[in-house]
Write a new protein. Structure first.
Length: 404
């Protein structure tokens, strides 16, 4: 696909992904807080395990929870499912647009594992499916009856996957895939467990049967997992903007520690919403974990990715007329920041981990340079290095010659 159109397609899908994620995370946070804050009333109707009065937007709301189900099917029932489905579908589309279509640049690190684009994509998609199968099997085993032991084992699974992704893909892709791996489990929980169980309960109500409480218990376990996994997934989805996280040789351990931070943060809010006080030690634990992550990122220079032979697309850009001129322009206007050791004061690493020091660097990042400095004036920021209009035109002419 043309880089210009691909960039706009990515922007549109990313925007959709953020919108749907806000809807899903927002409803998830609300219902967790609501569930934990319910109060048992002696005079409550039969089957009601708790209720809460809330005020918002100038109105009062009275919410009651039936642990299994009400005696009869309500006339109107609102289902919360499309937020989850839409978030995963848009995220999967974004994964395909960025990491599959741009596998040579963003997914494959030939230094770590020289994969073809097709094999890399198969590993990418297959790992997401495998993650759900392993997780679901663990939840359906006897471990499902001991939630704490199950959570510890799930953390071990995430640790192994984090290390495994870091051995196969680029650092950026490794952290992103760990987030996608986790998000797939969360959405599959909704689609394959929580919603089917709720449909069984609804069907029993319509048929006049007494619903089996075990369906609600199973759904509750999966919802609890989703609650604790949400915040780490957000971190991992944002990590591709921060080389100190994804390009560190310890990126797999940094990602694993983020899951522990998710537990401590959620534990604070869950305890507060349950009206059990403020467990302030969780703030200290979260800060300590974050300091440990910062320290890990400082151990050695960020790993330089993709130093192996150029792929077909990069070779095409390197062989196109005007490449030497474009490389000279980039060296003059861009490489003081986009370097292994940036010369610009205040920069610890190259922005987004993109280095533009060698001809191979430019060939690999040709499309990004075209979009950032040729078709737009995004780079250099504020045109601090005074890139001239004719230099931008030269970059466009070189990139278009490669495309032709």
């Amino acid at each position: 696909m043309d880089p210009f159109l691909l960039s706009w397609a990515e922007f549109a899908v990313r925007w959709l992904h953020v919108i749907t994620a806000i809807a899903w995370i927002g409803s998830s946070f609300y219902f967790i807080a609501l569930d934990l804050g319910l109060v048992k009333r002696a005079e409550a109707p039969e089957g009601v395990t708790g209720e809460e009065w809330q005020v918002h937007g100038g109105g009062f709301y009275h919410v009651q929870k039936y642990m299994v189900a009400p005696a009869a099917m309500p006339e109107h029932l609102t289902w919360f499912k499309w937020e989850s489905y839409s978030t995963w579908l848009s995220g999967f589309a974004l994964l395909a647009l960025v990491y599959w279509a741009g596998a040579e640049l963003y997914l494959i690190d030939a230094e770590r594992m020289p994969l073809s684009q097709g094999v890399a994509i198969l590993i990418s998609a297959g790992s997401l499916a495998l993650g759900w199968l392993v997780y679901d099997a663990l939840c359906r085993s006897k471990l499902g009856e001991t939630p704490t032991a199950l959570m510890l084992l799930l953390f071990l699974v995430l640790l192994v996957m984090s290390w495994g992704y870091a051995q196969v893909f680029t650092g950026r892709a490794a952290l992103l895939h760990l987030g996608a791996f986790t998000a797939t489990i969360m959405t599959a929980n909704v689609f394959l467990v929580i919603m089917p169980n709720q449909r069984v309960v609804v069907a029993d109500l319509k048929a006049g049967r007494k619903p089996d409480p075990r369906y609600g218990k199973i759904a509750k376990l999966r919802s609890t997992h989703n609650n604790y996994l949400t915040l780490p997934v957000i971190f991992l989805m944002l990590s591709n903007h921060y080389p100190l996280a994804f390009a560190s040789e310890w990126n797999w351990l940094i990602a694993a520690l983020v899951f522990l931070m998710g537990v401590t943060i959620r534990h604070f809010f869950n305890t507060m919403h349950a009206r059990k006080g403020m467990v302030w030690w969780t703030w200290g634990a979260t800060a300590a974990l974050f300091v440990l992550i910062v320290w890990l990122s400082s151990l050695g220079a960020p790993a330089r990715e993709g130093e192996a032979a150029l792929g077909p697309a990069a070779q095409r850009y390197a062989a196109a007329p005007g490449f030497a001129e474009a490389h000279e322009i980039v060296l003059t206007r861009c490489s003081m920041c986009h370097a292994e050791e940036p010369a610009w004061e205040g920069l610890a690493t190259a922005p987004k981990g993109v280095r533009l020091e060698t001809e191979a660097d430019l060939a690999r990042h040709a499309e990004a340079v075209l979009l950032q400095s040729g078709l737009s004036r995004a780079m250099p920021p504020g045109n601090l290095t005074w890139m001239e209009p004719d230099e931008r035109a030269a970059i466009v002419a070189w990139a278009r010659a490669a495309a032709e």
